[in-house]
Design a protein around this ligand. Structure first.
Ligand code: C2E
Ligand code: MG
Ligand code: MG
Length: 311
């Protein structure tokens, strides 16, 4: 039976596939970057690269609207290569500004289809080699679905990446349906707690506080660090700090911004830190970009201990 809606959907997908192929050819993608923050000192730890498509007719297209088609068509592989190259080149530039006083990292999202390609490690070696960047500066974010099979092959691929020095992060942790046994078998460095848990961390009576606490405790028992995603309020920040969550990112600190703004931000932070050598690299200037500047965050940035701060 002819279904007009299905037909229109198929046409839209076909058009998007054609557009995506052109976009790869013309490199119409940009990386935006969101700071990842060391929560106890509110200092900068690194960035997550988040892709945007500058579509000639539609303007800026967010990943949710094209990554599924890119994955389905296999175009995700050349697209990710472009993202990776740009992220590594940008990080190298920023690292040159801050020097050895601060070790920054860049996290890149890798789809499950790409992660399972045996050629991934060679691609990564090539990109890192061409940027002269050490693998320790790169983190790959993969979702639980990529590891769902928990097959020997997945473990072998992950171990090869780890042996080379690249760090692995489980993105959106807690939203998949996988068994936890893979955490033991795979060489994972970091769990990234999904935003849906963080957003309800202080809601009553339906709080996710115990779940987040259990995830942090599980990660620490397995020698992993934790990143909380989607921190939007000072209350969420305070609770996570109390739970000894090491890292966080979210609109409270900064929204994702274009690479050019990050370069400017890093230079400002460096100038500030050179003048205040006793402080770690604080995110004070980050706050001026694009974020909610709350007194709690500002106090922490300026070196007040959270424990001394009453709010
Ligand atoms: P993700 O990797 O979990 O990235 C976090 C998403 O949450 C980003 O959305 C970010 O802008 C958003 N976010 C960060 N902090 C907050 C907050 O405080 N509140 C709210 N409401 N949102 C926040 P974005 O950039 O639209 O990316 C969506 C997803 O698209 C990513 O989720 C990732 O799965 C995928 N993605 C992005 N870039 C790439 C890429 O280069 N390759 C692949 N394969 N996937 C990508
Ligand atoms: Mg991610
Ligand atoms: Mg995520």
């Amino acid at each position: 039976m002819f279904d007009r809606k299905l037909h229109e959907k198929a046409q839209r997908l076909l058009q998007q596939e054609t557009d995506l192929r052109k976009a790869v050819h013309k490199n119409q993608f940009q990386n935006h970057y969101q700071p990842i923050v060391r929560l106890d000192t509110a200092s900068l730890a690194g960035f997550e690269a988040l892709i945007r498509w500058s579509h000639p007719d539609l303007g800026m297209v967010y990943p949710g609207a094209f990554i599924p088609t890119a994955e389905e068509t296999g175009l995700i592989i050349p697209i990710t290569k472009l993202t990776l190259e740009k992220a590594c080149r940008d990080l190298k530039e920023w690292q040159a500004i801050v020097g050895s006083r601060l070790e920054l990292t860049v996290s890149v999202n890798i789809s499950s289809r790409h992660f399972l390609q045996p050629s991934l490690l060679d691609d990564l070696k090539e990109v890192l080699g061409s940027c002269d960047l050490s693998p320790q500066h790169l983190k790959l974010e993969i979702t639980e679905t990529a590891l769902m099979e928990d097959s020997e092959e997945t473990v072998r691929l992950a171990q090869r990446l780890k042996d080379f020095g690249i760090r692995l992060v489980i993105d959106d942790f807690g939203t998949g349906y996988s068994s936890l046994s893979y955490l033991q078998r795979l060489p994972i460095d970091t769990l990234k707690v999904d935003r849906s848990f963080i957003s309800k961390i202080h809601e009553k009576p339906d709080s996710n506080r115990n779940i987040v606490e259990a995830i942090i405790s599980l990660a620490h028992k397995l020698n992993m660090t934790v990143v909380a995603e989607g921190i939007e309020t000072p209350e969420q920040y305070a609770i996570l700090l109390d739970m000894k969550c090491e890292l966080g990112q979210g609109y409270l600190f900064s929204r994702p911004v274009p690479g050019s703004e990050v370069g400017r931000l890093i230079s400002q932070i460096k100038t500030f830190s050179d003048e205040h050598t006793s402080l770690p690299y604080p995110l004070t200037n980050c706050l001026s970009i694009n974020t909610v500047a709350h007194p709690l965050v500002l106090c922490i940035c300026f070196g007040f201990r959270y424990s001394n701060f009453v709010f």
